[in-house]
Design a protein around this ligand. Structure first.
Ligand code: COA
Length: 271
């Protein structure tokens, strides 16, 4: 599936999209999808080398690109990055809050700092990004897409920190839909499932866990970064003009109650 087969390549022409954590993985997939439909793209992240290789990919798709080394926990760095974006690409039409941190850790072994680091990156970082971009989004009557996670919807083992952070992200998303709707700003979340080739998969489903996990996904496969990118473009596009406060699962059905072990137990009992 490639997005340009279905959507006009000038859908986001002359519009700028700011993606936090856009140097790699799902967030780079989102940045690529917007570049494919004509957007200019600003990406920020902590690692300059990742940003530079992402820049090349995005420029090859025809986008003008701004990169900023900025940790979403650092409000001032984000403010500078969004100002630079406005100066070089024009005001932000779409903000993608994608920067996240995670690791598997049973709660009884998790330190306060470990819990707080994830909440700071995912939740406080999303707030910082929205707050810093607010004036520009107001000017463009733009939209925000949060990258949430299944941990927001249902509890996962060894994921108390990510669950708390992402549930907070989804609630922030709904609050902004409520408060900023009056400015024409829409706010929605994507809940990705396991997406192949990403840092998240390497951290959360390494090796054998990943292979077994496939059987717990109703569609029986991992997703792709392009599939998350398409969902983000849809949510930010005029196709979703009346969609705000929504959570869109792009997870192959993984977070449906009844998927996974429960389904397996029932099917085994019936066979
Ligand atoms: N298990 C338990 N605790 C862990 C951990 C793990 N695998 N990895 C980090 N921590 C703890 C650290 O021990 C530290 O706590 P302490 O001071 O009590 O020892 C705390 O988390 C902060 O770690 P640190 O490495 O200093 O933080 P950081 O800000 O450099 O990194 C993380 C943030 C921990 C979220 C790191 O995993 C990260 O940078 N992730 C970004 C990429 C990513 O996770 N992508 C996938 C998203 S799905």
């Amino acid at each position: 599936m490639s997005i340009e087969q279905y959507l006009p390549q000038d859908l986001f022409k002359n519009k700028s999209v700011f993606v936090t954590g856009g140097g790699s993985g799902i967030n780079l997939g989102i940045a690529r999808a917007f570049a494919t439909v004509g957007a200019n793209v600003a990406i920020c992240g902590r690692t300059e080398s990742k940003l530079e290789s992402a820049r090349k990919e995005l420029e090859d798709l025809g986008a003008e690109v701004v990169t900023s080394v900025a940790d979403v926990r650092d409000y001032k760095a984000l403010e500078d990055a969004v100002e630079r974006t406005k100066r070089d690409l024009g005001p932000i039409h779409v903000l993608v809050c994608g920067a996240a941190g995670n690791f598997l850790c049973p709660t009884e072994q998790l330190s306060t700092n470990g819990f707080q680091s994830v909440v700071d990156i995912d939740l406080v970082g999303s707030f910082n990004s929205c707050r810093a971009a607010f004036e520009q989004l107001k000017e463009t009557r733009g939209s925000i897409v949060f990258v949430s996670a299944g941990q927001s919807l249902i509890p996962y083992m060894a994921q108390a920190h990510a669950g708390a952070a992402k549930a907070g992200v989804d609630n922030l998303m709904r609050n902004l839909a409520l408060e900023w709707g009056a400015y024409g700003i829409r706010s929605n979340s994507i809940v990705p499932g396991p997406i192949e080739g990403t840092e998240g998969m390497r951290r959360l489903a390494p090796g054998e866990i990943g292979e077994k996990l496939k059987h717990a996904i109703p569609l029986r496969r991992f997703g792709t970064t392009d599939e998350i990118g398409s969902a983000a473009v849809f949510l930010a596009s005029p196709l979703a003009a009346y969609v705000t406060g929504a959570t869109l699962s792009v997870d192959g059905g993984m977070n449906l109650p009844g998927s996974g072990l429960f389904g397996q137990i029932v099917m085994e009992a019936m066979s």
